[in-house]
Design a protein. Structure first.
Lengths: 223, 215, 207
């Protein structure tokens, strides 16, 4: 047990460090909030007075979340490369702790954004959420899965050149199954239909993605 | 693993025979008409693209374990062919969609799946071109291929089950294969033929790559 | 204290087309030091990286013998400290926050007082609460030493030990080197003849 609690404490230390850094520099936060506000406004403006179904609105919500994630979650490893802090980090921390700490950071970042964007979206689009439990649940699992996939891809692109464009290119294909399911689940929640199937899929995606990432991260992080 | 002259000739005649048989031996489908013949080509090609992905992942895993650049070469060669066959599958499927349902693309779950596979292959090569160091390139592409691979089951099995699909299901809910006897024969022959085609092209690509490495 | 030794055999490293070094062998026992020297571009920094586990050799082996076990350097992070020119610490955090993070992530329970004492040892005693981004290059170099010595590593790697340092800084480095040569293993990479002298053995690259 102590072996795991040590690892957890180390991962927490990485998370705290990233959080402290982010609160001081606000690089990712600025990018992500700006992007979310712009996309949200554009979507709301485009829909305007038109009556759109829940399927379209669910899709819009996840489009805003997805592109915000793409604008803000990619830097979590790139910033270490740019600042040349990779060497000290590799020597000081075990790779699984680094991955977990940064995964947690990306999740918190995206959840924090969602806490702002989703209520705004509900208000702007005059959403009538018929099944709140599934609505929140689908959002929660979907966002966690988004962050999960984004983190391992962020680790990969940090070791390549042309990092910015590459992040979205690599993330999109592997996130599409998650997005399709999340959109479907959100739509059902809006309609008041139970989204149990989508729930299971989102949960399995999250578990699979995090597990595989944990196993493979070492190959990306260490030369 | 060189294809001898005899083997190449055999492959040529086999596939030629399959093509002829698809039009003259197998009957037109009851429901889909002449267009139904496409399953003899479309499904084997889609199968090969998944097979190529599998081969690429297996060699990716091998590379991560052994760090032998030969493994990376094989992974990339399989992926190149996978991309080619994915494009073929998309095009054949799209033509069939046009004839049968009137539009080239519908975002039907299986269409979406093949499109995603296409994107994965494209992303794989975009990643490879962005990494200069060979060892690093091999590692990163292997990791990406494996991560992408684990998301594929979500498409293939989960999404079509959850959503209604336009795709004709040749496997009925009871699990039996619903295909006429003759069509089945040609279909299976095509499956074998295209797999053989993949094997031949693959070993060619690997041998070319090895020569280049030695240069 | 368990015995520690560093051995490397037939090491070679190449990046795509360039062979950086090849056929390097040697060993450093406890209480001994190795100085790596050679012209610019001869691979000194690369060799240090391979020896401390940050890079994999193309061929050959590096082994750390610790307490009867044979380990890869990458598996002995707790015993390895590194100061190198191309490494940096977190500019948006203070020196104290940096050290506190490294202590926590290494699983060490080191209090603030002890961290301040460490900063004092490297000559940054009264600058612990300043952001590293505001440090001069000499101060950053000193902080790298603090980071490297935090966990009292048995294996200390110093690549260009006195870069950016003034006289007082160089004196601090000499003290650190002397201390390390007493209790552990020291590997340094340098062009300064005055520093090559610190090596019990000298490995010349690029000949």
């Amino acid at each position: 047990m102590t072996k795991y609690s040590a690892w957890a404490r180390e991962a927490w230390a990485v998370f705290q460090k990233d959080l402290l850094s982010e609160l001081r520099t606000k690089y990712a936060l600025n990018a992500i909030v700006m992007f979310a506000i712009v996309t949200l406004s554009a979507v709301s403006f485009a829909v305007g007075q038109f009556a759109v179904g829940n399927d379209v609105r669910a899709a819009f919500l996840w489009i805003v979340l997805f592109f915000s994630a793409m604008s803000g979650l990619g830097r979590v490893f790139v910033k270490e490369e740019d600042a040349s802090t990779v060497q000290v980090l590799r020597l000081a921390a075990r790779s699984s702790a680094v991955y977990t700490g940064k995964l947690l950071f990306n999740m918190v970042l995206l959840f924090a954004l969602a806490a702002v964007v989703v209520p705004l979206f509900v208000v702007l689009m005059a959403l009538d959420v018929l099944d709140l439990v599934f609505f929140v649940g689908t959002l929660g699992l979907g966002i966690a899965g988004l962050a999960g996939a984004a983190t391992i891809i962020a680790a990969i692109i940090a070791k390549a050149s042309a990092k910015g464009e590459l992040f979205a290119v690599l993330s999109f294909p592997i996130l599409l199954p998650l997005l399709i399911t999340a959109i479907g689940g959100t739509r059902k929640a809006l309609d008041g239909v139970a989204a149990a199937g989508e729930f299971q899929v989102l949960l399995s995606y999250l578990v699979v993605m995090v597990t595989v990432s944990l196993m493979l991260f070492d190959f990306v992080w260490n030369d | 693993m060189k294809f001898s002259g005899v083997l190449k000739l055999l492959l040529l005649f086999w596939l030629g025979g399959v093509i002829l048989a698809a039009f003259f031996y197998a009957p037109a489908d009851r429901a889909l008409g002449e267009a139904g013949r496409v399953i003899i080509f479309h499904i084997p090609v889609a199968w090969v693209t998944v097979l190529a992905f599998l081969v690429s992942c297996v060699y990716g895993v091998q590379f991560l374990r052994r760090r032998d650049l030969g493994d990376d070469l094989r992974a990339a060669a399989a992926a190149e062919l996978g991309l080619l066959f994915a494009m073929l599958a998309t095009v054949t499927g799209s033509i069939f969609a046009r004839i049968t349902w009137g539009s080239f693309w519908n975002w039907d779950p299986r269409e979406t799946s093949i499109f995603i596979l296409l994107l994965i292959y494209a992303a794989y090569f975009a990643l490879r071109s962005a990494v200069e160091d060979e060892e690093r390139r091999g590692r990163l592409s292997a990791v990406y291929a494996i991560v992408a691979f684990v998301t594929v089951p979500f498409l293939v099995f989960v999404v079509p089950r959850v959503y209604f699909s336009l795709h004709p299901d040749i496997i009925t809910p009871t699990g039996k294969l619903e295909m006429g006897a003759r069509t089945l024969q040609v279909f299976l022959a095509s499956l074998g033929g295209f797999t053989g085609l993949f094997a031949w092209m693959y070993q060619l690509a690997v041998r070319i790559g090895e020569r280049r490495q030695q240069a | 204290m368990p015995m520690i030794a560093l051995e490397f055999h037939d090491l070679a490293k190449r990046y795509s087309r360039r062979q950086v070094f090849s056929a390097l062998s040697g060993s450093v026992a406890e209480g001994r030091s190795l100085a790596i020297t050679g012209p610019n571009g001869s691979g000194k920094s690369t060799l240090v990286r391979v020896l401390c586990g940050l890079a994999r050799p193309t061929s050959g082996t590096v082994t750390v013998r610790l307490d009867g076990m044979e380990l890869l350097p990458a598996d002995c992070r707790a015993e390895i400290g590194l100061v190198a020119p191309d490494m940096a610490l977190y500019h948006e955090l203070t020196a104290l926050e940096n050290l506190s993070f490294f202590a926590k992530v290494r699983g060490l329970a080191i209090g603030t007082a002890e961290l301040r004492a460490l900063l004092g040892r490297v000559g940054l005693g009264d600058r612990g609460d300043d952001l590293v981004g505001l440090y001069s290059s000499g101060m950053r170099q000193r902080l790298k030493y603090a980071q490297a010595l935090l966990h009292r590593p048995r294996l200390l790697f110093l690549d260009e030990p006195t870069a950016y340092l003034d006289e007082a800084g160089s004196a601090m480095v000499s003290e650190v080197i002397a201390e390390q040569r007493r209790h552990g293993i020291l590997v340094l990479a340098t062009n300064e003849p005055g520093e090559v002298v610190f090596g019990d053995e000298v490995l010349r690259l690029g000949a």
